[in-house]
Design a protein around this ligand. Sequence first.
Ligand code: ADP
Ligand code: ADP
Ligand code: MG
Length: 649
Amino acid sequence: MFKKVLIANRGEIACRVIRTARRMGIATVAVFSDADRRALHVEMADEAVHIGPSPVGESYLRDDRIIAAAINSRADAVHPGYGFLSENPDFVDQVTAAGLVFVGPSAASIRAMGLKDAAKRLMERAGVPVVPGYHGEAQELVLLAGKAREIGYPVLIKARAGGGGKGMRKVELADDFAEALSAARREAKAAFGDDRVLVEKYVDRPRHIEVQVFGDNLGNAVHLFERDCSAQRRHQKVIEEAPAPGMTVEMRTAMTEAAVKATKAIGYSGAGTIEFIADASEGPRPDRFWFMEMNTRLQVEHPVTEMVTGVDLVEWQLRVAAGEKLPKMQDEITLTGHAFEARIYAEDATRGFLPATGTLHHLKFPESGPTLRVETGVRAGDAISPFYDPMIAKLVVHGPDRKAALDALGLALETTEIAGSVTNIAFLAALARDQDFAAGDVDTGLIGRRQEQLAAAPSPSSKAVTTAILAASGIGAEPAGDDPWSSLSGYAHFHPVERRTSVRTGDSEIVAMVSARPDGRHTVRLDGAPNGHVVSPDETGRFALWPGHVTVFSEGAAFDFAVPDPFAKAAEAELSIGSMRAPMPGLVKIVRAAKGEAVVKGQPLLILEAMKMEHTIAAPHDGVVAEIVAEGAQITEGTVLVTFDESAG
Ligand code: ADP
Ligand code: ADP
Ligand code: MG
């Protein structure tokens, strides 16, 4: 077995590979760009090598630097993860030429399957059913349009070098063919540097069902059952599952046999996925599925297969790459229960799935265990940068049957808390609750048909608003505290009267008066309302405070409220007075200036902890400090924090 492996990737998949390598006693080397200097995969690995600036073209795609890093760190193998260089045969050649082992298939296998048209020709010869269409060499418009007519509309124009759902155009009418072809070519040229296309019959009620395959260097090949990835948005997978709902023995036998045949046809070694498209208009039928493409790598959704088979696919990859025989033969591989994976992305479903960036100020996942895995490459405080895929995490669940697994997925999504960036969690939770999805009645058009309901922005309930108000005024359920009353004592002590609090959501400002009651509960009275609403602390919802915001979590949705910064306002208001007062109660954590010290405008004077956040109090102008509070002091609202010696100014 290898002694040390370099992982030529980042994010969750790099972390995932490191975990298995560590368990197997293999040392790990991470590579990282500028933006990833403090990334989780760097922290987790035994060693880490900087490979360049943040853009992928200058770091994670720099084969030369990655190979140099592997040689210098004396690694004996390179694991490519998925994406980046994982399906680049020239990279494999270079890795091999450097005397290292590539943890994946041979360059020849990748070349054979790299282009969709050539792969389909190859599979046709091997006797695997392929999607009807034209996958020849000719590319003239007249010829392609003629083929499209022969195939029959609707057709799908596909970039032969495509991946990740890019470079594809569905065409319904012959009149639109020429324009769709130019668009697909432009997109393909830009994304893959190759504008050649194939034309396929657009399959009716398409279901994406793929088979996990595995080969070794001794000529063995097995399958590890299928995954259904029909829940797609713009040809990209959203929620994946194993096994495929409604799968019959006949259909599974036909599909897995075809997949193993394809694997053997190219003498494939390592983990691979044979993607099929099935026509589900009359339910699963063994004569209605066709080969689409092969992904010659570990797939993003591989954990669902691991959940139902109990196999660690990364371990198998490492063993097979080291020359070992497949750890299990076909009759030893069994399928138990049902698994789902949901991909959590930093994207705004309510605004056309616009990718987002931001700092993940608050990050809380359900607890991992044998039936729940959280695959992530980030931790609280990390940023989602614009340089890479905005994936935050994958939630993977297992249950004895599909219903139990889907319930577990819904629960896992609802208990996940992310604040600081928008996410698609509410969308995923809505999809998990969708009736057709729950019934297993899936096809790739499902999300498109439900787009409006699934992507609708839920509005916060009155309980969510109350929670935001209480949190913004410095009270609410303490997430970790044993004693629900402890967080309130300070508040009640300092604020026996009504206190004005406001939060903003969207364009509207919500103003409320909050007062503590002798019984420990609070009255929240919305501005203008005659009566308040009495809440006890255990009635408030889950929330997270982060600079300038409070995010309330409820039923899978995360409602973000902006909290006007009272300190900023206070500093402004106090400018002319020559002193600064605390706008709310808190603790003086650190004092950075001393009595008599000359300070300049903007210089940090002290750090206050209030509302579970730290606030830096900076000098509002140049001056000399006359008085300043003591470190460790508990202060009430209105306490003078600093005074300036105006005469010295
Ligand atoms: P498919 O290629 O069939 O869509 P997957 O769903 O497994 O298969 O992966 C989607 C594609 O998105 C991958 O091929 C990969 O190129 C890209 N991708 C997704 N996440 C990342 C990532 N973190 N880093 C690099 N590439 C990624
Ligand atoms: P990529 O390399 O981008 O993953 P694929 O060929 O795997 O490209 O296709 C991606 C998705 O597009 C499929 O999962 C499926 O939803 C849809 N698709 C592909 N081919 C067809 C087809 N012939 N008919 C209907 N849908 C298709
Ligand atoms: Mg695909």
